[in-house]
Ligand binder design. Structure first.
Ligand code: MOS
Length: 755
């Protein structure tokens, strides 16, 4: 554990030995023994089952639902339709901020996309509710569906991603291209992807008068509570959400979804607790997805292999009724120091559920295209793709001109290349074969993700017996937040981790902000850290102002906390235990508060990003075109590592998604009906163990003193970036064939023009 250099730290902040340890998940045994209670595991007394009926058309109106047939089914209790749904206090199509998504809550008979909820059947059993939903036999007035990137007229959206401007320029692209000695122009397409967390969106809702109790997975408890409060016209304090475990989220549980709200409406209607769980195919519509993109590049480089122009244009899709635009071109803001950079976005509105943030939104889609284009440019210059990246990576963030930690990126290139054995790579494609005659190819991609923070709060308590409590409404999506945050809690309190009761995952605890944007450990971690510092400062005040204490007169900044004791900094032989201090003061407990948020001043002066370099090996059957990734090495610099085991797991998970992006994931839309044709895990391919034999994440040492006092950057999303491009580039190196449509499937490899 390296010495901790803190920048924004009050002198009294103390550090222990929990941060940096590779602890296993503290909830691991609960999970592997099946005793962790996920939302759908709850069965309150008197609970009914709700099942959605969803539209089989993508556009039109529902003209008939056979409610009588469904209600005639024994054990069906109620059928909720636009005609009889409970009144809401807010129009679900109203939107007062960009994080408020328009929801389909049976507000009318319109169908805006396939798999949109059109009714809810509530029954005594799941089977009866399912059967009841089938008996509704809807009839429709069907309008022609519009799906795909060319279905409607393109326009320039007001903003992309979370409120970013749709275009940005630095330097003169025309002049940059004119000055280039080599130029490429190429278009890449990415497919729609669906979040497909293991745990589908599920909710158990129970009303008691105007008090609402909810079990549901959430990546943003306070926002979910606020949204429900608005829709049902009750005070947020009347709503209690429990979300102790999530079986993944990837962004689709960041905001409460329409189906979750329908579960609450159903419970209101029947005045009994109701459980609603989405079936897998119902997740291909109302709970978000990653929109498809077409990305067009014009890139130029001079005779030294230095970029002179980088023009990145994205066309993407969104729904007809809401605004989320995949910010793919933003990927070019960060990585390469071109003399001129231009990024822009345009979009079409199609008959789809609204796209949403999906793990590395913009960065993942943009990265695979950018890394492919950079490789094509390197090839045009006759340069090794790693050497080309080393010649062009940015020392300052290109688009903002702010300095950032580019030395860390150089370290990632060096350590990753060394581990992978990159120097043995032959420059030309189709040069390597394995013993079985398979073509072997190696590719590289640069990874990056912004180091973000949201706003979060925590409360710390020290009890008279010397133990501690940390309270924060944080979210463990499976990434290990319960472990990493508890490590920070322990160190902030100067206690062993077993002496701290870590309370998390419910909406009545202090708001931890959203678990998204790879910002949760930094945001919640800093809130915890500051709450711990606050309560320790209060404890130090008690001791240092009491002449019966051996610490009397040391001054607040003159003591440190460690192992449940305060020590004089100038004379560690003088110390006192927490329990003794509180007992003498006759206090059962003392409390402290803390918050974590972006350091606005630092943001003005520095660009903040995590970095990485990913190297991939693929093997391709020369006759059949079958591709397999055989090796991936990623080296990542992401600031202070709170728990290397959790971090490696996050990075490997991200890299596997990168493999998936390059070779597997693809929601196939039927152009006639507008329906996703593979809404299940059998046909919507994601990698299994056999698809990724060897994957390694190296942690590159990095101390970034500007991001926050603990130096934490995010690791949840960066793994996808770089990897997808590295795999695509490795396929080119194995075969000499450049496929510009993702995923790279074997039909596309054999015929790059194929759909
Ligand atoms: Mo992530 S897409 O911000 O959950």
């Amino acid at each position: 554990m390296p010495e901790i250099a803190l920048t924004q730290t009050p002198a009294h902040v103390r550090h222990g030995s929990n941060i940096g340890q590779p602890l296993t998940r503290r909830d691991g045994i609960l999970k592997v023994t099946g005793s962790a209670r996920y939302a759908a595991d709850n069965h309150p007394l008197g609970m009914l089952y709700a099942v959605l009926a969803v539209s089989s058309i993508a556009r039109g109106r529902v003209t008939f639902l056979d409610v009588d047939a469904a209600k005639a089914h024994p054990r069906v209790v109620e059928v909720m339709t636009p005609a009889n749904k409970p009144k809401l206090a807010q129009d679900p199509d109203e939107k007062s901020n960009p994080f408020m998504f328009r929801l389909d809550l049976l507000q009318n008979d319109r169908v805006r996309y396939a798999n949109q909820p059109i009714a809810v059947v509530i029954a005594e059993t799941l089977e009866a509710a399912t059967e009841g939903a089938a008996l509704l036999s809807p009839r429709y007035d069907t309008d022609p569906a519009r799906v795909g990137l060319d279905a409607t007229e393109a326009f320039v959206p007001e903003a992309v991603g979370p409120g970013h401007p749709p275009m940005a320029h630095r330097g003169d692209i025309k002049a940059g291209l004119a000055a280039a000695s080599k130029r490429i122009e190429a278009s890449y397409e990415t497919a729609p992807q669906y979040h497909n967390a293991m745990e589908p969106h599920a909710i158990v809702a129970a009303w008691d008068g105007d008090t609402l109790s909810v079990d549901t997975p959430s990546q943003g408890l306070a926002m979910a509570r606020g949204r429900l409060a608005g829709l049902f016209g009750i005070a947020p304090e009347k709503i209690h959400i429990r979300s102790p475990f999530l079986g993944g989220g990837f962004g689709s549980k960041g905001m409460i979804s329409g189906p979750q709200v329908l579960g609450v409406m159903a419970a209101r209607m029947v005045r009994r607790p109701v459980k609603l769980v989405l079936r897998r195919e119902q997740m291909f519509g109302p709970v978000g997805h990653r929109a498809s993109t077409r990305q067009t590049f014009r890139v130029g480089a001079d005779s030294d292999g230095k970029l002179t122009a980088l023009d990145h244009r994205t066309k993407t899709t969104s729904s007809t009724f809401d605004d989320f635009f995949e910010p793919a071109s933003d990927a070019s803001h960060t990585l390469y120091a071109s003399r001129a950079i231009s990024t822009s976005h345009e979009a079409v509105r199609i008959d789809t559920g609204t796209p949403l943030f999906m793990r590395a939104p913009g960065e993942a889609t943009g990265s695979i295209a950018l890394e492919s284009a950079i490789d094509e440019m390197a090839q045009a210059c006759g340069m090794d793709p790693l050497a080309f990246r080393l010649a062009n990576y940015a020392e300052v963030e290109p688009i903002s001109g702010k300095p950032f930690s580019s030395k860390a990126l150089r370290d990632c290139y060096a350590q990753g290349a060394e581990r992978f054995g990159w120097q043995r790579r032959p420059p030309a494609p189709r040069q390597m074969r394995d013993r079985d005659g398979l073509l072997v190819g190696w590719g590289v991609g640069t990874a990056t993700f912004p180091a973000l923070m949201f706003q979060g709060n925590a409360k710390a308590v020290l009890r008279q017996d010397g133990s501690g409590i940390m309270e924060i409404g944080a979210h463990d999506m499976g990434q290990g937040a319960w472990t990493a945050l508890a490590q920070i809690a322990a160190d902030s309190l100067g206690l062993d981790i077993d002496q701290v009761e870590f309370r998390s995952g419910t909406s009545d605890l202090p708001d931890a902000g959203i678990a998204g944007g790879s910002a949760h450990t930094a945001t919640a971690g800093m809130a915890i850290y500051n709450a711990g510092a606050d309560v320790i400062a209060r404890l130090a005040d008690l001791a240092t102002s009491d002449n019966r204490s051996p610490l009397f007169g040391a001054g607040n900044a003159g003591v440190i906390a460690r192992g449940g004791r305060l020590f004089r900094r100038d004379d560690e032989s003088r110390s006192e235990g927490y329990a003794d201090i509180l007992t003498r003061a006759e206090l059962a407990a003392i409390e402290g508060q803390g918050s974590g948020a972006t350091d606005q001043a630092a943001q003005l002066s520095y660009a903040m990003h995590a970095h990485g370099a990913v190297f991939a090996e693929v093997k391709v059957d020369p006759d059949l075109g079958q591709m397999r990734v055989t090796r991936v090495v990623g080296a990542f610099a992401a600031g202070r590592i709170i728990n290397p085991r959790m971090v490696r797991s996050q990075l490997c998970g991200g890299m596997i998604w990168g493999v998936s992006f390059a070779l597997h994931e693809h929601a196939v839309m039927d152009l006639r009906s507008g329906r996703p044709m593979n809404p299940n895990l059998a046909e919507y391919h994601i990698p299994v163990n056999a698809d990724v034999p060897s994957i390694e994440a190296l942690l590159v040492d990095e101390h970034d003193p500007h991001v926050n006092a603990l130096g934490i950057k995010g690791v949840g999303e960066i793994g996808i970036t770089g990897t997808a491009g590295a795999v695509a580039n490795a396929v080119w190196h194995a075969t000499g064939c450049r496929v510009r449509k993702f995923p790279i499937t074997l039909d596309r490899l054999i015929n790059p023009q194929s759909g």
